[in-house]
Design a protein around this ligand. Sequence first.
Ligand code: COA
Length: 257
Amino acid sequence: MTEHVKTEIADGVMTLTLQRPEKKNALTGAMYDTLSDALVRAGTDSSVRVVLFQGDGDSFTAGNDLADFASQARGESAVDSPAHHFIETISKATKPLVAAVQGNAVGVGTTMLLHCDLIYLADNARLITPFVNLALVPEAASSWLLPLRIGHAPAYAMFALGEPMEAATALACGLANAVVPQGELRKRAHDAAIALTRRPAGSLRLTKKLMRDQQRIAAQIAEEGQLFKERLKTPEAREAFAAFAERRPPDFSKLSA
Ligand code: COA
């Protein structure tokens, strides 16, 4: 349990609100664990028909806490297990997942959306997957799902150059259902969640299952996860995390592959 994730269940909707706005909702191990536990509970709790993700403050989430990555890179804490567990759990969710995204959605903030079913973006939303800038590799099956959804070239630019994707572009390439003014975001997403609670749950479950290649997703997550763990321990990754902490650009020029 952590004070940085609020879990509420009302009218068939489990709302999970990221509440660490002072750190742009960067996800700590405890936050991942709370999210995973909530998703597992949602899977079996008949009072939950839909899960809704949202974040307080000006950013949906800045992704994995980079201080946690840095301590994993130094070998001071277990590599990535709460994050990996969350990715596995969200990828296996059987109930509909809805997301309300404002501001920056970095790293897992974007890759988790590939496992959500309805996605509403505020007009200031930006999807960013700077895995290569951090000397890492894509996760959450995004190395397969993102090019599948938007094509190789734009997906590569997001992964390799860290190019942000603006809300309007995300809508145009099918990554979202609607772009709405910031003040309307939560209501729009919640209304959609409520609409789903009124649909037959059995039909929704099967429709979601039919729309996802679960085996392929699991295999991709496993392969990425292995490489991600290896990358976290590289001098390149240590340089990337040190640069973020020291608020300077990373210098990879003296490091070879
Ligand atoms: N992990 C830990 N702390 C983070 C964080 C992260 N992923 N992202 C932001 N923060 C912290 C900053 O260190 C800062 O803390 P401080 O006030 O104690 O110095 C605070 O949140 C505000 O961040 P700041 O960078 O000043 O905000 P911004 O509006 O200028 O930029 C981002 C927002 C999200 C673009 C920028 O913070 C960023 O790029 N963060 C890193 C994202 C990332 O690489 N995530 C990992 C993906 S795999």
